[in-house]
Ligand binder design. Structure first.
Ligand SMILES: [Zn+2]
Ligand SMILES: [Zn+2]
Length: 567
């Protein structure tokens, strides 16, 4: 069982206990344990019982053990039956807590989510004591959200896809293999996994695929197409195609739909027909390309288009004019300027972060723990930050391989001021400013707040500028054009935060920022050594935003970076 699945179950137990009116500390304990597991960089099965895990006491540890060894938890199965399923279902609606769900059920005795929608529409919900028109509105909005097919974070789904990819690639029966679909385009959220292979023995490949260890259900098993459901209810489609059509199939199944429609329209104008089997002459149906993608694009008179750009955002015209950008790559990245250490809520020591950075071939990193009045993550206080600065100076004297910059992720208050003393701001190499509270201000106020922060002479980088959390929280209402103008005017750098549930700025926004002349930086916001690999997701956003090496601050060599930042 994976960490996330275990955390999901613990969270559900907490919900059930809360619904049942249990005392607070009891259900909060389960939530706390769930959070610990979610933030863990190792597999819980490997560390449980061997190291102290915050929030996981004896009783919960026993339950996790049972989940790991048997894949089930008797306690959970039992208490699940004590609560009507609809009440648990209601807690899946954003903004509906267990107490509200129970209250609605007790008053209206509804049985399905359709009943709930009906009750909301006929305004029966707002008549319940304790609820009002606001809750009713939120429920209707939440129900709409719930009906949309679920999209998974790239950071969750890609590791799973890569595991399946590797297992299949190792088969001698598999000749060519590639991920396709939106995962090949590195979209920020993904609906399902598509894989394409060529093989002389498709039956054998399908046999292996449908009996992979992580299979939960086989939906379809055929000679050329099979579908399985794996952990977290993710659907995986595998198609076996002919070698001579591999390029055409890859092009077709990579999408996006918008890109393919535009490409097919162009084909038609040129007297061609393009489908998943190949590129054909329209009148004679003679096949003229299909084995590789390159061949297809070339026949159409254009350069091969990197999958990240295939969104019908001008890439076809650029490819025809030989004007595609040379996209930034992971290997261009020379350092990570947004890292948290164990001085606050990070898991690793600065020494461990340095070692990991060296392993990645970096030239520099910045330690940027939180400062300010943050309630979510313990903020570092000023004496401790001073201690950290001395610590880093010492490490820099000892180790010449990597330059460690002193820094902080300073909270931006309601007025746009940085929550750290001037004295310390002046001492730090890199000051990241970030908003973590009051995210729902109106557009004008929010924009002013950010512009004010950008005008601060001490600020280097603005982190996760829009504050969005994928699948959870919409971006703040901000006039980004004005923010980009201010960033350019004050020579500030905007971040592409690579943390999988942020990816903020987004692909489209970082492209606009770049077009407005703003320099960007990719930071992982890693809270552990393992999370430093998130860099690849940030690079993917930059690539989808058409960015080149020169557009990203942390592709600079150490000397150039220091010159640029006046360190
Ligand atoms: Zn932050
Ligand atoms: Zn951070």
């Amino acid at each position: 069982m994976r960490n996330q699945e275990i955390a999901d179950i613990l969270n559900q137990i907490a919900d059930i206990l809360e619904i049942q009116g249990e005392i607070q500390w009891k259900y909060l304990a389960y939530r706390r344990a769930a959070r610990t597991i979610e933030n863990l960089s190792e597999n819980i099965a490997d560390v449980l019982g061997k190291q102290k895990l915050p929030g996981i006491g004896k009783a919960i540890e026993e339950k996790i053990k049972e989940l790991i060894t048997t894949g089930k938890l008797e306690y959970y199965e039992r208490i699940k039956k004590e609560v009507p399923p609809i009440v648990i279902e209601m807690t899946r609606i954003p903004d509906i807590g267990p107490k509200t769900a129970k209250l609605i059920y007790d008053t209206l005795k509804i049985k399905t989510l359709d009943d709930l929608e009906h009750a909301a529409r006929s305004h029966r919900l707002q008549r319940i004591k304790g609820l009002g028109p606001k809750t009713e509105k939120a429920i209707l909005k939440g129900l709409k959200e719930l009906k949309k097919p679920q999209r998974h974070l790239l950071g969750v789904i890609l590791p799973i896809a890569n595991r399946i990819y590797k297992d299949l690639k190792s088969l001698k029966e598999v000749k060519q293999i590639s991920l396709a679909g939106s995962i090949r385009r590195w979209k920020e959220t993904i609906r399902d996994i598509d894989i394409l292979v060529t093989s002389e023995k498709p039956e054998k490949v399908m046999q292996v695929f449908t009996s992979l260890e992580l299979v939960k259900e086989v939906v379809l098993k055929g000679p050329t197409k099979s579908t399985i459901i794996v952990t977290r209810d993710i659907q995986v489609d595998l198609r076996v195609v002919e070698d001579e059509s591999y390029g055409a199939a890859l092009q077709y199944f990579t999408g996006s739909k918008e890109h393919n429609v535009a490409l097919r329209t162009l084909c038609s104008q040129m007297g061609f027909k393009l489908n998943e089997y190949g590129l054909f002459l329209k009148d004679t149906e003679k096949k003229i390309a299909g084995e590789t993608e390159e061949e297809i694009y070339k026949t159409l008179g254009m350069a091969w288009i990197p999958p990240e750009l295939r969104e019908d955002r001008g890439e076809i015209l650029a490819a025809q004019n030989d004007a595609l950008p040379t996209l930034v790559e992971l290997k261009d990245i020379r350092g990570d300027l947004h890292l948290h250490s164990n001085y606050t809520d990070g898991k690793n020591t600065i020494e461990e972060l340095v070692a990991a950075a060296e392993k990645r071939g970096y030239e520099y990193i910045a330690i940027t723990d939180h400062t300010g009045t943050l309630s979510i993550a313990k903020a570092i206080d000023e004496p401790k930050l001073l201690e950290q600065i001395t610590h880093i100076q010492k490490l820099n004297e000892q180790n010449q391989n990597i330059r460690i910059f002193t820094g902080a992720e300073v909270n931006i208050d309601q007025n746009g001021d940085l929550e750290l003393s001037k004295d310390l701001l002046e001492q730090l190499d890199i000051v990241i400013g970030a908003i973590h509270s009051n995210l729902k201000m109106n557009r004008k106020e929010m924009t002013e707040r950010i512009v004010h922060a950008l005008s601060n002479e001490h600020l280097t980088i603005l982190a996760h500028p829009t504050g969005r959390l994928l699948n959870k929280r919409a971006p703040s209402d901000i006039d980004l054009i004005e923010v980009f103008d201010a960033a350019k005017k004050y020579k500030k750098i905007l971040e592409i935060n690579a943390y999988p549930n942020r990816l903020d700025l987004s692909d489209v926004n970082c492209r606009t920022a770049n077009q407005q002349g703003v320099l960007l930086v990719i930071g992982t916001d890693a809270h552990s050594v393992k999370q430093m690999r998130f860099m690849e997701y940030g690079v993917a956003v930059a690539r989808r935003g058409w960015l080149e090496k020169k557009d990203i601050l942390n592709t600079l060599q150490l000397d150039d970076l220091m010159k640029k930042l006046k360190i």
